[in-house]
Design a binder for this molecule. Sequence first.
Ligand code: IMP
Ligand code: MG
Length: 178
Amino acid sequence: MITQEHTIEPVLTPEQIQERVAALASQLDQELKGAEPILLGVLNGAFVFLSDLARKMSLPVQVDFCRLASYGTSTESCGQITLSKDCELDLRGRVVLVVEDIVDTGLTVNWLLRHLRARGPKKLKLCSFIDKPERRETQVDLDYVGFTVPRGFLVGYGLDYNQQYRNLPGVGELKFCS
Ligand code: IMP
Ligand code: MG
């Protein structure tokens, strides 16, 4: 994997993120009241967001993960999707909240939602840390969004460039040096 020379420009501070995640958690607590939702994280990117969100929620949640491979290059999706790790909990009759890091073209999450619907959940909701609408290729119904960032390749808070920067506490935009 070739890593081009680049810089990172700040987009979201750790404080902004924590404040927004806390607000989302209490919204989810209210709107899913009475349920024991399954938080289904999409690996690898959603691991940071899911762990903060789960710890800020007070509902009795269960946590599971799946993994999809959709990336042709390090910054551009090729639309070819495969499931490399399925979820393990039984979703039948359950309230399932899919937790994503970012929705870009929308191809990955739409494929996943179709796959999960076939498992018979009572309710299937989608929560993405970031909604990046500029390159959307298919309509996506996002139930919960942390932040809308119009464009750019973002890293940090779970998001990576060539598997790097997932552990940054804030989010930045990757800029390639010419
Ligand atoms: P989509 O299928 O184009 O919506 O993209 C799905 C996946 O591409 C996301 O779950 C991310 O893993 C990755 N991705 C899309 N945009 C970015 C970005 O700006 N930074 C890091 N990863 C991204
Ligand atoms: Mg992802």
